[in-house]
Design a binder for this molecule. Structure first.
Ligand code: GLC
Length: 571
């Protein structure tokens, strides 16, 4: 029996099973659409190029909304499309209230929002709170003197005697996080690139200016934001040196503990304020980028009953286990069910900053089955799910092989140990034609993945057993099955090292069993569901990676092929 301790979720023990009660998600109304939503991340530069310049754009996205509707997504998160010098491909914003001409115009954006709405798809913008571009007028003013009205809008500090930076803080993108500015004769702090000065969140005027930006986009009809780099919004007010740990990173810098530059408690207060701003817009959602390693740090980002913060801070633990281990996935799943205070988790395997899951989990032999397993893990727990364009096709990592081809400055600086993030950002593979149907340009901004002739939307739509059709079926199943969406949850066969199995039980009595074989061998499992308080000993297949829907399986002796995934209704 799985020994779950009740962490305030009201776990119910039924004849040997331990059920986590129907989640708060079950109470979801339309304003809480996000609780078990499928949110699809689009990197606009790489999704679809409507004007043939080799770079994706907003009109390209609008042209493919029917595809996204058919896939079944509830919302799209767009990574930054604002005016930007593109040093960090949009995460260096020089104007928060406009569209970079290479992605289109404000009229194009409005049309995208309106067309998406017709298809019941919400738009979420990316909001970069930690820093702006060094070309943003706020920074230009801030650095002009020590006395200008925006002098305090960024993190400035005097150097140490002898022309040394104020302390040992390091940029996540390599080397010192301090840059000297001769006009002010001071240093400014940049957690990321030199061209991305950090905003000073202790300045109330700056904060209000940012809340105006939030209202500007909400008034335009976006449903909320994915908040970038929120765990690094604050730095120690005393500017103390960070602890140095053993070893060096890919940039050759010492490893530091980041105890004074990450996860400071002040960030929670600002997130509470932001939530008050967005709560004026019913149905809005705040998603947070948060690579925190413990459930308690993650829980903190949801806020408390009287002081809510984010609805969906990203859970970076489940999807980034990075090897197929039934035990590890089980433990993370149980943690998400029991240690997040009944809040909806947001699971994610892929995004624009990490190697694609195809490569992180694939073994080179069973990648297709493993990708279906990953899809099953993403879409069958009761959690919101964050997908990344091309994940549904099994797009691979396309890592540059020569330094001169690298576009991402991290890869240029860190080569060859750190090759940057170009590999997970290559253009969406729509079909087997020129540029994979992404563009008509002679050269696209990043090369097209070499497997595009077979791995693309058009080819996979035609193949009934493709990964794309598996995603579609899973998303549909999740919509149609109340049990799967937000029924009571229980782990079964908790000690099985190879097969992760869990049940969802709806109020109406439907019970759904999910089983994934995380090993390269065939495994036969036996479920004693009566001992779990569940009637029925056969499973009516709803979806599986290895058999046709509708087949019935005896659950007392049930065989899963290597990396096989199964979703069935217990009967
Ligand atoms: C976030 C973004 C990443 C960007 C960084 C700096 O981590 O996801 O792409 O480089 O913030 O803005």
């Amino acid at each position: 029996m799985q020994k779950l301790l009740a962490f305030g979720l009201g776990l119910v023990f039924v004849a040997g099973a331990c059920w986590a009660a129907e989640s708060k998600a079950a109470e979801g109304t339309d304003t809480q659409w996000w609780k078990n939503a499928v949110i699809y991340e689009i990197y606009p530069r790489s999704f679809a190029d409507s004007n043939g310049d080799g770079i994706g754009d907003l009109n390209g996205i609008t042209q493919h909304l029917d595809y996204l509707q058919e896939l079944g997504v509830n919302a799209i998160w767009l990574t930054p499309f604002y005016p930007s010098p593109q040093v960090d491909f949009g995460y260096d914003i020089s104007d928060y209230r406009a569209i970079d001409p290479q992605y289109g115009s404000m009229a194009d954006f409005d049309r995208l929002v309106a067309e998406a709405k017709k298809r019941n798809i919400r738009i979420l913008n990316d909001l970069v709170l930690n820093h702006t571009s060094d070309k943003h007028p706020w920074f230009i003013e801030s650095k002009s003197s020590r006395t200008n009205p925006k002098a305090n809008w960024y993190v400035w500090h005097d150097g140490k005697p002898g022309g040394q930076p104020p302390n040992n803080w390091l940029s996540l993108f390599g080397h010192s996080a301090w840059q000297f500015d001769p006009a002010r004769n001071q240093y400014y702090y940049h957690k990321f690139y030199v061209q991305q000065p950090d905003l000073n969140w202790r300045d109330p005027q700056m904060k209000n200016a940012m809340w105006d930006v939030v209202r500007f986009w909400m008034d335009k009809g976006v449903a909320g934001f994915r908040l970038d780099a929120i765990t690094s919004m604050f730095e120690d007010a005393q500017f103390r040196d960070e602890k140095i740990l053993p070893g060096k990173n890919a940039f050759g810098d010492p490893i530091v503990a980041h105890e004074y530059t990450d996860n400071l408690p002040e960030e929670n207060v600002v997130l509470q304020e932001l939530r008050q701003v967005t709560d004026k817009y019913p149905g809005s959602v705040l998603i947070g980028e948060a690579y925190v390693q413990t459930s308690s740090d993650l829980l903190r980002l949801y806020g408390t009953a009287g002081k809510p913060e984010l609805q969906l801070p990203m859970d970076a633990q489940f999807g980034f286990v990075n090897h197929l281990s039934a035990d590890k996935f089980r433990a993370k799943l149980v943690a998400a069910e029991t240690e997040l205070g009944g809040n909806s988790p947001l699971f994610v395997f892929d995004n624009h900053d990490n190697n694609r899951s195809w490569n992180r989990y694939g073994d080179g032999v069973h990648n297709e089955e493993i990708a279906k397993l990953v899809a099953t893990l993403l879409l069958t727990p009761r959690a919101a799910a964050l997908m990344y364009y091309g994940e549904e096709l099994g797009m691979k990592e396309n890592t540059p092989t020569r330094k001169e081809d690298v576009k991402d400055p991290i890869g240029i600086r860190g080569w060859p140990k750190e090759k940057g993030r170009d590999g997970e950002r290559t253009p969406m593979q729509w079909n087997g034609d020129t540029d994979a149907g992404f563009s008509t340009a002679r050269k696209t901004w990043l090369p097209i993945g070499p497997d595009y002739r077979t791995r693309n939307v058009s080819a996979e739509s035609r193949r009934p057993d493709s990964l794309l059709n598996y995603y579609k079926a899973l998303i549909k199943l999740r919509k149609d099955s109340a049990a799967l969406r937000d029924g009571e949850f229980a782990i079964v066969n908790a000690n099985d090292k190879n097969v992760l199995s869990f049940l969802h039980k709806a109020k109406d009595g439907q019970t759904v069993l999910v089983a994934v074989n995380c090993s390269p061998a065939i495994h036969t499992v036996a479920y004693d569901l009566a001992a779990q308080g569940v009637k029925g000993s056969t499973g009516k297949t709803l979806l599986s990676s290895f058999s046709k829907a509708g087949q019935v399986k005896g659950l007392s002796k049930f065989t899963l092929p290597p990396y096989g995934s199964y979703v069935g209704e217990v009967q």
